[in-house]
Write a protein that binds this ligand. Structure first.
Ligand code: BTN
Length: 232
């Protein structure tokens, strides 16, 4: 059902703004260029026209669910699609980044709107090194900088939608347990020294509620979400 209805425009401010909350569940919005692309924590998401996969999906999760888990569900589907396209291992940096060879190639933004979730996924596909932003916390990369060749954005979209539909269905039935093994296998932070949600410690995995587990000097704790700084 995800992607059966599609809005595509050549250019827009943000695909997040193209989906009205009363649209059918699974409606997607795509564009070739955003003039005011949104990142997490109020940041901008910037790309040269025609270089990226820029996608928003409207989902209406069940009342009793934890919609904040959807960015991890989307991160798993995106990592799988990126890995299938490149034949390189894709990792997830909790809570929402997808990395190839240590560079961030995709990010997820989940926004709540009147009971619906607008899930935004941006994948850097065909940017050259010179076209990537320099001012990012995690060095930016693209599928092209990782593989040395160009990739078909529509093919990546089709594959990603199939994987997202499967992960979302699993999540609706079983919650995060449906993707937890995939998350654990791709967890970039595990074992690393980090500062997360203002707490310093060693990342000890992602729990079954999607929280980052931390071992700190004063004991074990969890972080709901927030900024992650990797310690050198
Ligand atoms: C992040 O890593 O901070 C999240 C980035 C999310 C970017 C995507 S691109 C498609 C959708 N439209 C937006 O304006 N943002 C998301």
């Amino acid at each position: 059902m995800i992607g059966h209805e599609r809005i595509h425009v050549a250019e827009c401010e943000s695909t997040q703004l193209l989906l009205k909350p009363d649209a059918p569940e699974g409606t997607i919005a795509t564009t070739d260029h955003q003039t005011a692309g949104r990142g997490r924590l109020g940041r901008r998401w910037v790309e040269p026209p025609g270089s990226s996969l820029l996608l928003s999906v409207l989902l209406r999760p069940p009342d009793a669910s934890r919609p904040q888990e959807l960015s991890l569900v989307a991160a798993v589907a995106t990592a799988q699609a990126v890995e299938a396209a490149t034949a390189l291992p894709a990792q997830i940096k909790w809570p929402n980044d997808v990395l190839l060879a240590g560079t961030k190639v995709a990010g997820i933004l989940a926004e709540l709107r009147a009971g619906a979730v607008v899930l935004g996924i941006g994948v850097n596909v065909n940017q050259t090194e010179a076209q990537l932003p320099l001012d990012t916390r995690t060095a930016a990369g693209s599928l092209r900088t990782a593989t040395g060749r160009q990739h078909d954005r529509e093919q990546l979209l089709r594959d990603l939608l199939g994987r997202l539909a499967a992960a979302y269905e699993g999540w609706r039935e079983q919650g995060l347990a449906a993707v937890h093994a995939e998350l654990a296998a791709r967890d970039l932070l595990r074992g690393k020294s980090v500062v997360a949600g203002g707490k310093a410690g060693r990342a000890a995995g992602i729990d079954t509620s999607g929280r980052l587990m931390l071992e700190t000097d004063s004991g074990a704790t969890v972080v709901e979400s927030g900024e992650i700084l990797l310690e050198p």
